[in-house]
Design a binder for this molecule. Structure first.
Ligand code: FES
Length: 148
């Protein structure tokens, strides 16, 4: 629960954050509930956000667009200071964490594209032969396979 603090004239309300980030107020609350951003309460018991939250939300939105999960975003943001604007070096250190992750996602999508190409026109969806139906050939390795 955010604690009341002295007035900060540069702080933003939840509505200002939502408007400037072009997201619903509910999304601001969701990001906060997920621990991605943080607020405090002013003397009127209203939530207030530091201006650097705008950049955190911009990064969250970009990361979500690239398919990075909220859990992965939270892990990356954890290396940044919560009470001050990160330096350029800190942002770069955080973004480097995502390079390998994005490379793996690109490799996975390329493989899926190749598998789709081989399956177009086939349509068998064979458990034994289809890489889309049986990714990683998990049946051959004695692993579990859930039919759906
Ligand atoms: S649909 Fe036949 S191999 Fe994938």
């Amino acid at each position: 629960m955010p604690q009341p603090v002295a007035a900060d004239k540069t702080a933003l309300s939840v509505g200002e954050i939502a408007r400037r980030c072009d997201i619903p107020v509910s999304t601001v609350h969701f990001y906060e509930a997920e621990g991605l951003i943080r607020s405090w309460r002013n003397n009127a018991n209203h939530r207030r956000y530091s201006r650097h939250v705008l950049r955190r939300i911009a990064v969250i939105k970009v990361a979500q667009r690239t398919g990075i999960t909220l859990r992965e975003i939270k892990q990356a943001l954890a290396v940044l200071p919560e009470d001050s604007a990160p330096t350029a070096a800190q942002w770069q250190a955080m973004s480097r964490q995502w390079q390998a992750l994005l490379q793996q996602k690109i490799a996975d999508l390329n493989l899926l594209q190749q598998q789709l190409d081989s399956c177009i026109g086939c349509g068998c969806l064979s458990l034994a032969d289809c890489p889309l139906r049986n990714p990683g050939d998990c049946r051959a390795e004695g692993g579990t396979f859930e039919q759906g």
